[in-house]
Ligand binder design. Structure first.
Ligand SMILES: N[C@@H](CCC[C@H](N)C(=O)O)C(=O)O
Length: 276
């Protein structure tokens, strides 16, 4: 089977994007891992699949697979690439679209300057919604990791995040603690581990060890989760500039019960065809 794809990225968080509207796409976990493999396949952090919607009043269905082959609920940088892709491929000419994901509707909008703003939905914090095994619903939890007690905040942006404040993102033990947090027994569906350094009340630096992909150059939902956790903890005010290893995102949040807005770029690198 030959499959057409585009290679895209949002701040270096890279994707293989597939048009499942005009071609039939049904991939096994092995085929997804092959597409994601940087040595034997195309190489990416996530594979994004554009499909026809299954609900009324939405334009597309958006499915996301980590490089390890697992399907997940949400991907922020991917959402911006999704909009760029459906425009470049002539699948729509609407500047604002409504997209169905595993965990609800998101609404990305192509801005006049070429950036994309995505309404990422309302963040959730209760342990059951993450899911996170804990009886209380509090702002900061202690998590035992490698003989240390880390202070984390938990946020669901549709997908699960554990965010901690560090003195320096450059010195943070992302490679050592990241995988231990990702697979911690208190996160039954695993988790994305964020390490945020507060620069000032409107700016942070962020590194994220992503579930199913390892540390990425940037994580859109991770940026939303970190900004929201920082605002709830009284450390930050909206809007927040989030500096990742791949560049900057702007995150705006109006507080409890309000949606998070994420703004940033999305790029196409090349298109190709691969035999599976
Ligand atoms: N890179 C993404 C998040 C992708 C999914 C994540 N690894 C998960 O397993 O939840 C983003 O930009 O949000």
């Amino acid at each position: 089977m030959k499959l057409k794809f585009s290679k895209m990225h949002g701040l270096g968080n890279d994707f293989v994007v597939l048009d499942g509207v005009r071609q039939h796409v049904s991939l096994t976990p092995e085929q997804l891992r092959y597409l994601g493999d940087r040595h034997f396949g195309v190489g990416c952090d996530q594979i994004l699949l554009v499909e026809k919607p299954t609900q009324p009043d939405v334009d597309f269905r958006y499915r996301i697979f980590n490089a390890d082959g697992g399907e997940v609920e949400q991907c922020g940088n991917g959402a911006r690439c999704f909009v760029r892709f459906v425009h470049e491929q002539g699948l729509t000419d609407k500047r604002e679209i409504r997209v169905e994901t595993m965990k609800g509707i998101i609404a990305p909008r192509l801005e006049g300057d070429g950036n994309i703003t995505v309404d990422m939905g309302i963040p959730r914090f209760s342990p059951q919604e993450i899911p996170f095994l804990h009886d209380d619903d509090v702002l900061i939890y202690n998590l035992d990791v490698a003989d240390e007690s880390l202070e984390i905040s938990v946020v669901s942006m549709g997908n699960p995040h554990a965010v901690q404040v560090v003195d320096s993102v450059d010195l943070a033990p992302v490679g050592m603690h990241g995988p231990l947090i990702e697979s911690h027994e208190r996160f039954p569906q695993r988790v994305n581990a964020g390490f945020m350094q507060v620069v000032d009340r409107h700016a942070i630096k962020l590194r994220v060890y992503e579930r199913g992909a390892g540390e990425t150059m940037a994580c859109g939902t991770g940026a939303c989760a970190a900004a929201v956790a920082g605002i709830r903890r009284g450390l930050l005010e909206s809007p927040v500039r989030v500096t990742t290893r791949g560049g900057d995102l702007t995150i705006a949040w109006g507080g409890e019960g309000r949606p998070v807005l994420m703004t940033g770029p999305a790029m196409t690198v090349f298109s190709g065809e691969i035999e599976l």
